[in-house]
Design a protein around this ligand. Sequence first.
Ligand SMILES: NC(=O)c1ccc[n+]([C@@H]2O[C@H](COP(=O)([O-])OP(=O)(O)OC[C@H]3O[C@@H](n4cnc5c(N)ncnc54)[C@H](O)[C@@H]3O)[C@@H](O)[C@H]2O)c1
Length: 448
Amino acid sequence: MNISVIGTGYVGLVVGACLAETGNDVICADVDSSKIDGLKKNKLPIYEPGLEAYVERNQRDGRLSFTTDVGWAVGEADVVFIAVGTPADEDGSADLRHVLDVAATIGASMRRELVVVTKSTVPIGTAARVAEAIARAAKHSFHMVSNPEFLKEGAAVDDFMKPDRVVLGVDSDHARGVMAELYAPFVRTGRPIIFMDIPSAEMTKYAANAMLATRISFMNEIANLCERVGANVDLVRRGIGSDERIGPSFLFPGPGYGGSCFPKDVQALARTARERDVSLAVLEAVEAVNARQKHRVAEKLMGALDGSLAGRRIALWGLAFKANTDDMRESPALTVIDDLLAAGATVVVHDPVALHEARKRLGSRVEYAESGYDALRNADALAIVTDWNEYRHPDFERIRSLLRRPVIVDGRNLYTVERMQELGFQYHSIGRPDARKPASTSTVGSRT
Ligand SMILES: NC(=O)c1ccc[n+]([C@@H]2O[C@H](COP(=O)([O-])OP(=O)(O)OC[C@H]3O[C@@H](n4cnc5c(N)ncnc54)[C@H](O)[C@@H]3O)[C@@H](O)[C@H]2O)c1
């Protein structure tokens, strides 16, 4: 099939590469010429495990190509995916400018009957607006599909190749047939393709992200209460997660959710509800709880360092909003850094892959360390914000020798309290008792 994907960001690039991998001819188009120039040379603008090999192989074999000419890409296609960004507008609603721009180009540039698929996360009713914009100039018939994307950054290729389910809102049998054929290679193990009407598909994406964000905020509140009542949220999490009705995923408390999706999608859904005079009280609370939670790491540091951060030097491990990505959009690390700087601290940061992104965002406001250990030199405390694997089993003896004081605030609960107690750290995590015992000897012991 001839496919064009418009927008070559986290979603568009994964969609394009994976559809080429299953034998389709795919053109990926983007208005960002530096992105496209790089991709033509197999240089990826993002960090996403496994994606580079797909791009390289399919480009070499001629199934995948890149262009800045969106109109030309549309003209070549039987199926066009819209995968441009839909950032939050100032009032919380999704900014549909890019989506509607692309729709106008599709109308003006299509050269045959077309299936138009919205991959971008868009508010309920957007497919109808896209269809309207296309129809203004269209000379051929077209079919609308809403195909929300559920991939997770950091595991995006796997998620696309082996989806839990594919949701397809369609408006015609033709669209249904084309999409069923396109997705057949990805659901061979029996994972469902769920066909539905278009508004339900648009709603499904928001409801899924709202549910996941709700679980996180719920657990963050439970964790905060655990701290006050002397309970351990790790045990509570296991206790409730083993209930089949609840399940174990997405029950980890932390420094608050971030990323390019949850914050803006929760806001956009709340906004949609308000516009229709519907109260989504749970969701409003989810957002408020998350905004508060992002300050917890800095608050804990303040408490651990005698109530003042002025003149302190803080090492911060992890800048990406979660592990295995370089995406810092809405990352809790940004709030932590703002809080620390506002309180008069100096911040030295490390991240395995997001340092280049951090330099763009933070400039000279912080210092940068090329290794996690370098960040610790002469720091008064270590704050952990992202759950990268390389932070899970560090050399604790080295950490203690580099830090001025053995203080760790762990926003991801990477270590056990017992172990940290044993090692003599002053250790504060989320929803668990603190380890406060000073080391009885200077020997810290080997790695955990
Ligand atoms: N990132 C995720 O994990 C994820 C997951 C599921 C859904 N989504 C949704 O998918 C959509 C895309 O997200 P993303 O993270 O890939 O965004 P992104 O910002 O990484 O990429 C968007 C791309 O679209 C390009 N673009 C903007 N206007 C354009 C135009 N008129 N023509 C051509 N290209 C244009 C930009 O240059 C950019 O490269 C959003 O609606 C998002 O909510 C994202």
